[in-house]
Design a protein around this ligand. Structure first.
Ligand SMILES: Cc1cc2nc3c(=O)[nH]c(=O)nc-3n(C[C@H](O)[C@H](O)[C@H](O)COP(=O)(O)OP(=O)(O)OC[C@H]3O[C@@H](n4cnc5c(N)ncnc54)[C@H](O)[C@@H]3O)c2cc1C
Length: 261
């Protein structure tokens, strides 16, 4: 039998105070609960943060979309404001998992977990996101550190994710047919200041493909992607796809994303 202490935090301060090296925050529970049930993880303290009102909701300004950490994927997918400001972000949320996962899973849980095949990390990179925690603001480029690794400290809580509204953008993925996680996903965003091409699923951690971004900044057309060399040497290889196949899919889905822009 698994035993743990369950806490329902009333505010961020209390949640952070309860946290330790043997605790976990419970947001949607879509990773934490299956991991515990399968015996892959165990915790002394489970700190439920879903009741903290401040962590939920969507705010849109002329330049940014800010999404509270415990906002569910379903809420982002159906938000009229998000659909209007960054349609590709709402579409990304709509493509996550299945209705059960979308109704429970949260944006904060997704990026804190930093699964190599998760969709939201690519949105954070492509849309120059700022991650607001209870202690600081972190640029997306400095947030995602490696496979299931971020720059978050154990007692640090994501409060919200602030996305810059791009001129044009599109996220296209090759989904795993069972889970819908990205075997490869490419998020292209054209901002006034430059172009980002964020790739998820292909490597142990999401990354911004500078070669694709440079090529597209000279000519924003799917045709230029053909001449960009994508190396398979550091790409994931598993039962779903070889590294060579993933490298090829980065090109295919980058082209689709530029076409869709
Ligand atoms: C069947 C299935 C299919 C899925 N398909 C996809 C998919 O297609 N694409 C995709 O991207 N994802 C997919 N997911 C992942 C899912 O969408 C969730 O985003 C993910 O499981 C974590 O979010 P959560 O809110 O459930 O977090 P939880 O499971 O509650 O927590 C996960 C981790 O995040 C930490 N955490 C949570 N909230 C915060 C916070 N505010 N601050 C700091 N740390 C925090 C917790 O401490 C824990 O370590 C799938 C999951 C399942 C079970």
């Amino acid at each position: 039998m698994k035993t743990f202490n369950y806490h329902s935090a009333k505010d961020v301060k209390e949640a952070s105070k309860l946290a330790s090296s043997s605790s976990v925050f419970l947001a949607g529970g879509m990773t934490t609960i299956p991991s515990m049930k399968l015996g892959l993880a165990s915790y002394k303290d489970i700190i439920n943060i879903k009741g903290i009102k401040k962590l939920s909701g969507i705010k849109v300004s002329s330049k940014t979309v800010t999404i509270g950490a415990t906002t569910t994927h379903a809420e982002v997918a159906k938000s009229k404001e998000v659909k209007k400001a960054i349609p590709s972000l709402a579409a990304l949320a709509e493509g996550i998992g299945d209705p059960q996962v979308r109704n429970r899973g949260t944006i904060g849980g997704s990026i804190a977990n930093n699964d190599p095949a998760a969709d939201y990390p690519s949105a954070c990179i492509a849309l120059n996101a700022t991650i607001h925690t209870n202690n600081r603001k972190i640029n997306a480029e400095n947030f995602f550190k490696g496979m299931f690794e971020t720059s978050l400290k154990k007692t640090e809580i994501i409060e919200a994710v602030e996305f810059a509204i791009p001129q044009k953008s599109s996220y296209q993925k090759l989904p795993n047919p069972a889970s819908r996680y990205a075997i490869v996903g490419v998020y292209v965003a054209k901002h006034k200041a430059g172009i980002n091409v964020a790739v998820t699923g292909a490597k142990p951690c999401v990354y911004n493909d500078k070669d694709l971004a440079n090529a597209l900044s000279k000519n924003f057309s799917p045709s230029v992607i053909e001449n960009v060399k994508i190396s398979s040497s550091k790409m994931n290889s598993d039962i779903h796809a070889s590294s060579e196949y993933r490298a090829n899919m980065v090109k295919v889905f980058a082209k689709k994303a530029v076409e869709a822009c």
